[in-house]
Design a protein around this ligand. Structure first.
Ligand SMILES: NC(=O)c1ccc[n+]([C@@H]2O[C@H](COP(=O)([O-])OP(=O)(O)OC[C@H]3O[C@@H](n4cnc5c(N)ncnc54)[C@H](O)[C@@H]3O)[C@@H](O)[C@H]2O)c1
Length: 462
């Protein structure tokens, strides 16, 4: 059963649990182990343990769920800490290709459960373990598709970070894999479980704002990576495995941990990093449930126009217009420097008569056409995003950010980048889950070949 984002569903959904705030933000000497050679086409072809999905029974309401973390030290670990707040969760194993990133996480897990968790550098070792029910995928975007697809092939449920993928064809394949393996996957778009966003979405969906003709979503970008030279990777890091399926480039400090998001080889810039949060809210507000409205055309202009002395490859400036049918409306996505009088990020819904609902992390307002605040309607806070994941793994209901839905938002974010790089208006065929025509297909936001030794499993929808 699918859970929409309506208040009704929130309240009758999983048990609310108090939860803390999100814990968030040379030429390369190749690593001695050329681990990429071991990464097979699909999990079932992995040369390790013969693959059969773990036969562990479905967890009952009081059973403990045993989790493994893939990707330490950042948002994956923040998710793990949020999940460790629940008495029916235990963390058994951690994995990172960089030992140094796991040190604090290993200590914290040991302090919590009184025993040292196992640590691996190869995520497939976690997937081989029959005692692990679910994994948290907290790796950089270019690894999500392989981590997640291999996890569901190994019989695991997952909490998978956003954006779901490095490019469009991966997102389509991930959704199909989760469907075929019948797994529960909650995605890291936690705004879907946060009061200001659910209040604003409820209001828009109620029809009280009237007919919506325009949505806006934006993020201000002041990030500077500066200039760096390639250097030898740290001894703790298996850099070859970190690059994984992406094109191999030498290690450079400002394109590895955290900074990868501003390199199109590994991430998608702010369109995917923040677009997947703010565009998501616009799509949810304009949809009846988690099956999101999708655009028919997308046009963008932008580039690296603002920061001259910087290594980033992702655009620092972008203006995108999506055109949606049924209902007819436009969505304006913007990466820029500032929005006077507004938060540095947000989403707006504009009605035919000029009223606006604006929402950001921390609040929401309804404005009349003159910009004066109008009375708003509020409801109790929704259950925590992480509790929802655990409850849905147990009940087999769909969580509030189910993978198929966040895949739709992720595709929209990649379309914004693909339209910019192609310089053409792109046409999305939602029935075929593909671009119509040639425009956009030669961008790496649409697809790209995997590096030798890696292959995306074939989950093209029938
Ligand atoms: N939901 C949110 O609000 C939110 C916030 C921040 C980041 N994120 C997302 O979380 C993900 C991680 O982002 P981050 O900022 O924590 O990145 P990060 O670079 O800080 O951490 C990622 C970790 O994954 C490790 N890693 C890389 N490849 C691996 C592999 N094959 N196996 C195991 N470990 C591997 C890296 O060594 C690193 O320690 C990204 O997808 C990002 O978009 C989400």
């Amino acid at each position: 059963m699918d859970k929409g984002l309506s208040r009704r569903n929130l309240l009758k959904g999983s048990a609310a649990a108090a939860l803390g705030a999100v814990g968030s933000s040379a030429i390369a000497k190749l690593s001695a182990s050329n681990s990429s050679d071991n990464v097979a086409t699909s999990y079932s072809e992995y040369a390790g343990t013969p693959r059969t999905a773990p036969e562990k029974g479905r967890a009952g309401a009081n059973d403990k769920l045993v989790l493994g973390l893939i990707g330490c030290g950042g948002m994956g670990a923040a998710n793990m800490r949020n999940l460790m707040n629940f008495a029916d969760v235990e963390v058994a194993a951690l994995c990172d290709v960089d030992d140094s990133r796991a040190v604090q996480d290993l200590k914290d897990v040991e302090a919590k459960y009184g025993k040292k968790p196992d640590f691996y550098k190869d995520y497939r070792k976690i997937l081989d373990r029959k005692d692990i029910d679910a994994v948290i995928v907290g790796t950089p975007d270019h690894w999500h598709a392989l981590n997640l697809i291999h996890a569901v092939e190994a019989g695991k449920d997952a909490y998978c970070e956003k954006p779901l993928s490095h490019h469009i064809t991966e997102a389509v394949g991930m959704a199909e894999a989760v469907k075929r393996h019948n797994k529960i996957v909650q995605c890291g778009t936690w705004q879907r479980s946060t009061k200001e966003f659910t209040d604003a979405i409820d209001y828009v969906r109620s029809g009280k704002l009237g007919k919506i003709v325009l949505c806006r979503a934006w993020i201000n970008d002041g990030t500077r990576l500066g200039r760096k030279q390639p250097s030898a990777p740290p001894a703790s890091l298996d850099y070859d495995m970190w690059v994984g399926p992406a094109e191999f480039v030498p290690y450079q400090e400002n394109r590895c941990h955290w900074n990868w998001r501003w390199w199109m080889n590994f991430g998608g810039g702010l369109s995917t990093d923040w677009g997947v949060h703010m565009i998501d809210i616009a799509l949810l507000g304009m949809s009846k449930d988690q099956d999101l409205v999708m655009p028919e055309t997308v046009s963008s202009v932008g580039g690296r126009w603002a920061f001259a002395d910087d290594d980033r490859t992702a655009p620092d400036t972008l203006e995108t217009i999506f055109r949606f049918p049924n209902p007819d409306f436009a969505l304006h996505w913007s990466i820029n420097r500032d929005h006077p009088g507004k938060e540095g990020h947000g989403t707006e819904f504009v009605s035919a008569d000029g009223r606006t609902v604006r929402v950001w992390r921390g609040g929401w307002v309804i404005l009349d056409p003159a910009g004066k605040e109008m009375p708003k309607e509020e409801a109790p806070a929704p259950p925590s995003h992480w509790r929802d994941f655990i409850d849905c793994v147990k009940s087999r209901q769909q969580p509030r950010a189910k993978l198929a839905s966040v895949a739709q938002t992720t595709i929209c974010c990649h379309l914004a980048n693909a339209a910019m790089y192609s310089g053409e208006t792109l046409h999305w065929d939602n029935a075929k889950q593909d671009l119509m025509g040639k425009a956009g297909r030669d961008t790496q936001s649409y697809t790209r070949p995997y590096r030798k030794g890696y292959k995306m499993p074939n989950y093209r929808p029938a």
